[in-house]
Write a new protein. Structure first.
Ligand SMILES: [Mg+2]
Length: 403
């Protein structure tokens, strides 16, 4: 059995910060895991280096479940994004090692392919409705079957989720948090107009998605979900914050627009009630922030019982390692729904050479043994860590708002 002989954390910033765990074994096989926590990267680095890695040396790399339980239960302090991102990095690296030793792409160890590929959605953003629809058309021409539409809100200088660069979106772009302005009233008026125009000009053969970024109260979200019903969205995402899972009951009671949430969730406990009460249709927890393949697989299995499908968060703050892991899991599980796909910069792609490929609206993880992704350590060294924060959000009277 391969024994873990060394593990180290590599922090690199090829356009944005990424934290990578590399685990080496005495058999010469190594594995990689993503530990990036957007805006809080060095907290996970410390958790790994100071608390997790010392426990890994000498362990049997094949004992993935036992290592997961050891790190989760053994720490006494459970859950939380820092802890769960660190556990996920270890878990994914160990799955990578196991699949490489087996000589199989990881999805084969998870039960084999359940589909030809994972349907993905791209991001069409614009300051105006016309610009957003032009971008959506560009994605459709590339073969995408699903597009998320976000448009500027009239009267606001900038809107979170609407990028300046059309190909690469990076909200954590400032040395200290930027402050954005927000108007719920204006947003609730303009969003149904965006989707009315989208159906008129893009037709009905494209899945349309929208992200609220947790900005609404339950009753406001219910109104938006109802107003958007005629346009048959694939999903309405993050309609409200989900610390209080019962927030979703109110929206559910008023609308049949499908709901998605969970990109900030860390464990199965964050989504248990949402899934069991069938308050959502898609669970967006990630391999990276929800404890790795071992734990996300458990969440997906619970979701399957209630006809909830996966729709994993896939923004650029997740490295290609997480994208690969999500695709292996998504290819294998019965209740895969859709995968978010934002392209990384060329520098990021070079630091993380990978095998997954886009064709005809689908991503496939490839058939190389393991995850099919690695880190070029010498290239990574050329991009040192740069502090960067996500923006905060204030109402027009200055009140700090959800973001
Ligand atoms: Mg979101």
């Amino acid at each position: 059995m391969p024994k873990i002989t060394n593990a180290r954390v590599i922090v690199t910033c090829p356009g944005r910060n990424f934290v990578t765990l590399k685990i080496e074994t005495d058999s010469g096989v190594h594995g990689v895991g993503d530990a990036t926590l957007n805006g809080r990267e060095l907290a996970v680095t410390s958790y790994l280096e100071d608390h997790v890695i010392p426990c890994l040396i000498g362990r049997d790399a094949h004992r993935i479940e036992d290592t997961w339980q050891f790190l989760y239960r053994g720490a006494y302090w459970r859950r939380g994004p820092v802890t769960m991102a660190a556990i996920a990095a270890v878990d994914v690296a160990l799955w990578d090692i196991k699949a490489k030793v087996a000589g199989l792409p990881l999805y084969q160890l998870l039960g084999g392919a359940s589909r030809r590929g994972c349907m993905v959605y791209g991001h069409a953003n614009g300051d105006t409705i016309e610009e957003t629809l032009r971008e959506a058309r560009r994605y459709m021409d590339l073969g995408y079957r699903a597009v998320r539409l976000q448009s500027g809100v009239p009267g606001l200088k900038s809107t979170y989720g609407v990028s300046k660069d059309k190909d690469f979106y990076e909200p954590a772009d400032a040395d200290l948090p930027t402050e954005n302005r927000w108007s719920t009233e204006s947003y609730l008026r303009s969003t149904p107009e965006l989707f009315a125009a989208a159906r008129k000009h893009l037709g009905w053969d494209i899945h349309l998605l929208h992200d609220v970024h947790h900005r609404l109260t339950p009753i406001e979200a219910a109104r938006l979900a109802k107003d958007l019903e005629p346009y048959r969205l694939f999903w309405l995402e993050d309609a409200v914050t989900a610390e209080n899972q019962t927030n979703f009951r109110l929206i559910r009671g008023h609308s049949t627009t499908p709901l998605a949430v969970g990109e900030v969730f860390n464990t199965i406990w964050d989504c248990k009630q949402l899934i069991e009460e069938q308050l959502i249709d898609y669970i967006r927890a990630t391999v990276l922030h929800a404890g790795g393949i071992t734990h996300l697989r458990r969440i997906a299995a619970l979701a399957e019982l209630y006809k909830v499908r996966t729709g994993c968060h896939g923004a650029t703050d997740l490295s290609p390692i997480t994208m690969a892991a999500a695709l292996h899991l998504g290819l294998a599980i019965p209740n895969f729904g859709i995968q978010e796909y934002m392209r990384h910069t060329a520098d990021t792609d070079a630091v993380f050479p990978h095998n997954y490929r886009f064709a005809d609206g689908y991503l496939h993880p490839g058939d190389a043994p393991g995850l099919g992704v690695d880190i070029d350590e010498s290239l990574a060294q050329k991009f040192p860590y740069k502090r960067a924060y996500l923006p905060v959000n204030r109402l027009e009277d200055g009140t700090l708002h959800d973001s």
